[in-house]
Each structure stands twice: as C-alpha cells, then as structure tokens.
Write a protein that binds this ligand. Structure first.
Ligand code: PRE
Length: 355
C-alpha cells in the first residue's frame, strides 16, 4: 500500500514537472501573441470561447468537461495577465454574485474592482478606467434587471460576453444569535428568489431591500434581531453563521450577467446577438417587427419588454438571437429590421457562455 502510494506520488510529481514546462511554454506563446497585437485589443472573447469549447470536446476524462474548462479558464487568465493585466468592474462590494461572475468569466488573474452601483460599472467602462464591466441582466426567478436594460439602451457600449451563474442563497445571522429574526435584509432580487421560503420559515419578519447582499450581510452582522439573505462569499466577509442553506425557491436559480466593453466580439462559431428595438405604436406591430427573424430562420432566445421613457404605453423590446451579426442569416434579418423598426440598436455579438 505504502509502496503503491509512493509510486503514484512519484508519477504525479513527474507529470507536474511536465505540466509546468507545458503551461509556461503556452504562456510564452501568449506573450508573443501579445507583442504581435502591438497595443491592440488583448482580450479576445471569441478565441477564449473556442479554446474552452475545444478542451471540453477533446477531453478524454476521467475529469469532467466542466472541470477541464475551469482549469483552462485559469491558465488562459494567467497567460492573458502576462500580456496585460485586465481591470474588470462589477457591482460591489467584495463578495457579491457579480464578483463571482466576473471571476468565473475572466479567471482569478484579472483585477476585479467593486463599484457602488450598476451605473458606476457602466461609467467606469465608458471612461476607460477599467477594461470591462460585468452587470446582472436577468435572473431565472426574479426576472430582468431593469437598471441594466435602461443603461444598455443609453450607453455607447457593447456587449462582448455573457456569464451564467448558479446562485445559492443562505440565511445568515450573527454567530450565537438566539432571538428569532424580525428583519431580513437582502437585495430585492434575492428577496424575490426566496419569497416562498420566507413565507414558510419567517412569515412575520420584515423584508428590507438594500443595495447589495454584502450590505445586507454587514447590517445583519451589527444587529441581533436581523438576518441577511446572501451568498457564501458574503458570509465569509462578515463572519456570519449559515443558519439555512440553498433557500432559493427554484433549485436551478441562475443569474445571467453581461460583459460590457467598448467593443463586442468577433464570430466564435456559436454566438448570440443582443439588440433593442421599438415598434411603431400600431396593432400587430410587434409581431410584424419580429417576423424577419422567423423568415430568415434565426432563433430568438430572449424577448423582454420595458416601458419606453419617451411615450406612455410605448415599449422597448430587448431581444437576444442565436448567431453573430456577421452571420448571413442574422445580417439579412437585421437589414430588414432596420427598415421596419422605429428604433434599433445592436448591443453586440458575443460567444454563447461555455462555462
Ligand atoms: O490567442 C490570443 O489572442 C491570445 O492572446 C492567447 C490567449 C490564450 O491564452 O489562449 C490569451 C488571451 C486572449 O484573450 C485569448 C487567448
């Protein structure tokens, strides 16, 4: 047994030495590519998606596709940091799901910077104080994030990526607290995601929406009568006790984030395009407006309406379609849409999430 264990460990050491050489050889190629880019864009979302899809497809196992993709995510993140360390803004403070999404997408070598609001994330990307921003856009239970949609409409920015993050919520208390919580702090979206659980387990408690789950955790850490709903990372930041776990009503609770930048992405082979449009205010106008997608065989993966700020009962439609705006079918549908829509803004094309 001891001998067998030693043999396996010796084999692992030898493999680790090989891997060290290989990852560093890979890093040197990335550095050389960085030099070839000559000050142009370093981060290439389409290439990163292709690398991750390729390792998933070629993975012989026993490691899962998901595991190898996560490993390569980190290797690429470190390689990219050698070319240029990226600054990524997210809705802070530290420990939010937005930060988890930023790290999931860019890896740990990126510098993540927490902003006080979603507006601030947009402003920082626009001003160029950061390279990218990660903003929540919809949750599978709570629905669309209106602020993000409104800002996408107005800001001169592009969408260059998407991140899907499985969200688990916890009920957090100051350690050793015995009294039943009379107040529950959390972000409005998280309160919505745990609505049924709260009805059942804390029916009398006041639900108080605050700017972030981390803020909620901070408030609960200072108040024996309060609890917070937040993720595991927020619990760690404030040393709170996890009184109940996975309290989200829907087990597949997922939040989708968008990566915003001054540019979108080149085609990766499996892409999405996000756009926002409005129709003329006539009966059947919306149906007519979206007809070109059906005619050119372009699948729609999302349709979200939002009241327009300019006219009463006028709406903006946020649409995601499958394909890149340079793909022939998508380009043809968009050309037709341009004639029909009262307003059309293409928010960007980007690789469909791999991780
Ligand atoms: O292929 C490139 O353009 C690279 O810079 C290399 C690399 C990688 O490590 O694979 C690193 C950063 C880019 O975002 C994409 C890929």
């Amino acid at each position: 047994m001891d001998k067998a264990l030693q043999q396996h460990r010796a084999a692992i050491d030898a493999i680790d030495d090989e891997m060290l050489k290989l990852v560093n050889a890979r890093a040197m190629h990335a550095q050389a590519i960085g030099a070839l880019k000559g000050g142009g864009l370093i981060y290439r979302p389409e290439r990163e998606a292709q690398v991750l899809r390729r390792v998933k497809e070629n993975n012989p196992g026993p490691l899962s596709g998901e595991s190898v993709a996560r490993l390569f995510r980190e290797i690429m993140s470190a390689c990219l940091a050698l070319e240029k360390p990226l600054k990524v803004a997210y809705l802070g403070p530290e420990g939010t799901f937005s930060q988890a999404a930023a790290i999931k997408h860019f890896g740990h070598a990126a510098h993540t910077e927490g902003c006080a609001s979603i507006d601030d994330v947009f402003r920082n990307v626009e001003a160029g104080t950061v390279d990218y921003g990660v903003v929540p856009v919809e949750n599978s239970t709570g629905g669309a994030v209106g602020t993000t949609l409104d800002l996408l409409l107005e800001a001169p920015l592009k969408v260059c990526g998407e991140v899907d993050l499985r969200v688990h919520q916890f009920l957090l208390r100051k350690p050793g607290t015995m009294a039943k919580a009379v107040k529950v702090y959390s972000h409005a979206q998280s309160l919505a995601q745990c609505h049924e659980w709260l009805n059942q387990h804390l029916p009398g408690a006041e639900r108080i929406p605050v700017v972030s789950n981390t803020k909620a955790a901070k408030l609960a850490s200072e108040d024996e009568n309060a609890a917070a709903i937040a993720g595991e990372a927020a619990a760690e930041v404030y040393g709170l006790e996890k009184v109940a776990q996975n309290i989200e009503d829907e087990p597949n609770n997922t939040t989708r984030f968008l990566v915003i930048a001054l540019h979108d992405a080149a085609p990766s082979g499996r892409d999405k395009t996000s756009l926002v449009l409005s129709s003329k205010n006539q009966p059947g106008a919306v149906y007519e407006l979206l007809a070109p997608f059906a005619r050119f065989g372009v699948s729609m993966s999302k349709l979200e309406s939002r009241p327009s700020r300019t006219g009463l009962w006028e709406y903006m439609f946020f649409v995601d379609v499958e394909g890149h705006h340079q793909d022939e079918k998508v380009a043809q549908a968009l050309a037709e849409l341009r004639d029909k829509a009262a307003f059309l803004k293409i928010l960007g094309s980007y690789p469909a999430a791999v991780l």
